[in-house]
Design a protein around this ligand. Sequence first.
Ligand SMILES: C[S@@+](CC[C@H](N)C(=O)[O-])C[C@H]1O[C@@H](n2cnc3c(N)ncnc32)[C@H](O)[C@@H]1O
Length: 284
Amino acid sequence: MGKSSKDKRDAYYRLAKEQSYRARSAFKLLHLATIFPILPNPPTAPTFALDLCAAPGSWSQVLSQRLHPDSKILALDLQPISPIPGVIAKQADITHPSTVKLIADVFGGNKAKLVVCDGAPDVMGLHDMDAYIQEELLLSALQLAKMVMDDGATFVAKIFRGQGELERGIWERMCGEGCFDRVTIAKPRSSRASSLEAFLVAEGWNGKRPEGMPNGPEWDFVACGDLADWDSDATFVLEEGREVKDPVQSPVAPPYKKAIERRRLLGGQASSIDPEKKREILGV
Ligand SMILES: C[S@@+](CC[C@H](N)C(=O)[O-])C[C@H]1O[C@@H](n2cnc3c(N)ncnc32)[C@H](O)[C@@H]1O
């Protein structure tokens, strides 16, 4: 996100930089934590936490600040994540089976008490298609989480609402072979009301469908974050004495970098480039 005039007025974009978060998404997790006991304050005991689709790392920053300092936090993403104190960051595809072993190795065979996933595929702007791909990513995250979660664990994941059937599909899969005590869909104040984004918070993983719960767990929809907090859909004039700060961490290997190199190459502006690198960029 650049420093366009709208970005400058987005309260959470500015606050993220002021509070040294790598992305405004940090506030979504913080707002979720105001109504769900995912980040006990003060932290109770060391725990194992997994941040799926974590780059650039603002959720991992929140986890490292709010969980017990002796906790083990593992952050995974397709993109490299530059180091965050207290977090082990690895490049991995959450849809690939080898990722289960990677997690088990890092956690020394221990299971995770908290799995969060703010994963988003590259959106195309075709709503139905975007929602479908998002759901596939969510199901991969859930599938992975089921293999690495401890009893009573919590699973938090981004979803796109508005697709009733998709939501029902997720519910069925959650309550089929494995189950949580309670599943809630929550909309944090920092998530734009104009966006279909919401977060699924599934608490109390028990690995099986409980007796006497034929229709699945309790299912609810809530808003979280204080109404007095900044409105994420509104734009605000920059208050006097306040300035827009630079990004805390520039992207390590942004997907657009290759596209820029390709355009320079095709435009004849990068003739001195190594031939092997040239072939790689052009994909020949
Ligand atoms: C919205 S960003 C996450 C922001 C992050 N929660 C934060 O606070 O900084 C979505 C991320 O999902 C990642 N992603 C998408 N598909 C993935 C996959 N199959 N495996 C791992 N990461 C994936 C993308 O690379 C991207 O970094």
